[in-house]
Design a protein around this ligand. Structure first.
Ligand SMILES: [Zn+2]
Length: 318
């Protein structure tokens, strides 16, 4: 397989996107001591308080997020197709016929399918990118700076649209072609870490269900703390989901999802099929449905996982 990006670009991409295969074990999470843990971040139940006025409409309980997490439908979903444009391809691989598969293209394809499904279901949507481009001027001679600026533009767009959640759609890659499977990242160290975790839980669950149903040899790599990815030396979290220095962070729960490894022959063959990508979009929609059905209950599905080392690898193709 051909390496598509220079080594420097790969290093920069590791910090930004969240595709796995990035850093070795032991990447320390630099938890901001001022940031409550996910367990402490759950807003109180939206129990109506003694209303000083006669308003018949209960007001949503203020949450720790500037964007209210709890409010009546319709909900707005920001769909972020990972990567884009001439310089930011993401991972790559080949299908069974030797045709090239590029992550930015497959991610956009799934994103467009998901948007159609969500609109059909009554959601409001924001496509963070709707074509093969970036939102900002991309200076290939300053790859990292360009990626930070581009990621900031995407975060700003979602914040400005006051999206309720953001789902970042990726496919994975690694220099180890035997690596394959499905994983979903979230950031526990935000005021809405619990919400992000549960969204990740549902996304991972639905992706695994769909791939199993398709007869794929599924490898469930689980819900993962995005601090595993390794990012900014000052902050292990990804730029997209984190609170890296000087960065205006997302103001809503979000996940980075990696459905399949394009660098693995079996996973790539599956991702190359249009029918698979439609089913993946359906899985994302089912997960989003499940999240918003869960949200009012404010329950905890399962304990938040402890960050654990990656079981791999060298640099990826990002
Ligand atoms: Zn990616």
């Amino acid at each position: 397989m051909r390496l598509f990006t220079p080594a420097l670009a790969l290093i920069a991409l590791l910090a930004l996107a969240g595709c796995s295969g990035a850093e070795p074990a032991g990447v320390a999470s630099t938890r901001d001591p001022t940031t409550p843990s996910p367990g402490a971040a759950v807003p109180p139940s939206p129990t109506p308080t003694a209303a000083p006025t006669a308003s018949p409409t209960p007001r949503p309980t203020p949450s720790a997020s500037p964007i209210p997490i709890y409010h009546p439908a319709p909900y707005k979903v920001a769909i972020e197709a990972g990567h884009g444009g001439p310089y930011w391809w993401g991972s790559a691989g080949r299908d069974a016929g030797g045709n090239q598969l590029i992550e930015k293209d497959l991610a956009l394809d799934v994103a467009l399918r998901l948007e159609a499904l969500l609109r059909e279901a009554g959601y409001e949507t924001l496509l963070v990118r709707d074509g093969d481009h970036t939102l900002t001027y991309f200076d290939a001679s300053d790859y990292r700076g360009s990626l930070v600026a581009e990621t900031q533009a995407r975060v700003d767009l979602a914040n400005g649209a006051r999206a309720d959640i953001i789902v970042s759609i990726h496919f994975n890659g690694s220099s180890d072609a035997s690596l394959r499977g499905t994983e979903t990242y979230y950031n526990p160290d935000r005021p809405f870490g619990l919400e992000s975790y549960n969204l990740a839980y549902f996304v991972q669950r639905e992706l695994i269900a769909v791939l199993s149903d398709l007869g794929h040899d599924v490898n469930d790599r689980g819900v993962r703390n995005d601090a595993e990815v390794g990012g900014d030396p000052e902050n292990a979290h990804s730029f997209l989901l984190g609170t890296n220095g000087g960065f205006r962070p997302l103001q809503m729960p979000g996940v980075i999802s990696e459905a399949l490894f394009l660098s693995n022959a079996d996973d790539a063959a599956r991702a190359a099929a249009e029918g698979t990508r439609q089913r993946l979009a359906e899985a994302y929609r089912a997960a989003i449905d499940a999240y918003f059905a869960w949200l009012p209950s404010q329950g905890v599905l399962v304990p938040t996982p402890t960050p654990k080392p990656l079981d791999c690898c060298g640099f990826s193709f990002w």
